[in-house]
Design a protein around this ligand. Structure first.
Ligand code: GLN
Length: 259
């Protein structure tokens, strides 16, 4: 078995060490004897949708997003859409998440997004939405993690914990499902109690952290879904010693509770 990961714009879209998510996926594969192949696609580079099982894009400041948005639309939209339709896993964080929607509106300026999910982001007046956050994901995403006991959430339903820092407010359209419900923190816009987006195996979220080392069960879920694309079914992943990961989760969760 081998996980083939493609990082989009790793130089431009990588704030708050979002690249740590890739390292974490690599380690969890290697610890289990699963091969891991890392490729990247930066400005002007196209990619073959059949050649990657998990596509990752991290966060970026408005300035970074301006630099990549048009290029992303021109050179990567088609392949990304084909990848999603073909069951590839896509994880997009913050600035990368915003660019999956229809647009990111900053005053008079409109940055066109990929339109892969039904959402819009607007830089409304008001403070940035900053802080520790915890969300409850939809039950079907968490299902297997709950069964395997690797939720790191103390026996309850797995919670995703992380950190958010965004000026943009994201509003899901009627055709979009959230990643989860906000337990603590702001989420997509600080108002509707929703966080992130999900469409098939595509996940967009505001949670940095990096997200995956704090939520090991989610990392394993993404690995299993990505491997299932070629294996035909989700493989049983060998359990790992997650003492450190569980500690990281507990501390992120406790920070979110403190507000
Ligand atoms: N530039 C975007 C915003 O502030 C995203 C920032 C980020 O990726 N943290 O809304």
């Amino acid at each position: 078995m081998e996980l083939r990961l493609l990082a989009l714009y790793p130089e431009q879209m990588n704030i708050y060490a979002d690249r740590g998510n890739i390292l974490f996926l690599r380690r969890r594969c290697e610890w289990r004897g699963i091969g891991f192949e890392l490729a990247s696609a930066g400005p002007r580079e196209r990619f073959d949708p059949a050649a990657h099982d998990l596509i990752y894009v991290g966060g970026g400041q408005d300035r970074d997003q301006r630099l990549v948005a048009a290029d992303m639309l021109e050179t990567k939209r088609e392949a990304l859409a084909a990848s999603v339709d073909d069951g590839a896993v896509v994880l997009a964080v913050c600035g990368g998440y915003q660019l999956l929607g229809h647009s990111y509106q900053l005053g008079d300026e409109r940055i066109a997004g990929l339109g892969l999910v039904d959402l819009e982001t607007v830089r409304e007046p008001g403070p940035r939405l900053i802080g520790n956050v915890a969300i409850e994901p939809a039950a079907d995403l968490a299902g297997r993690a709950l069964a395997s006991g690797s939720g790191g959430a103390g026996g309850g339903s797995p919670v995703i914990a992380g950190f958010e820092n965004h000026g943009g407010r994201t509003h899901l359209g009627p055709g979009a499902e959230p990643l989860g419900r906000v337990l603590e923190g702001h989420g997509n816009n600080g108002r509707d109690g929703l966080e992130g987006v999900r469409r098939a195996n595509l996940i967009g979220t505001y949670l940095h952290g990096p997200l995956l080392p704090k939520n090991a069960w989610l990392a394993d879920r993404l690995i299993a879904l990505a491997l299932a694309r070629r294996a035909g079914a989700e493989p049983e992943l060998a359990p790992l010693d997650d003492a450190l990961e569980a500690g990281a989760h507990r501390s992120a969760r406790a920070a979110a509770r403190r507000g």
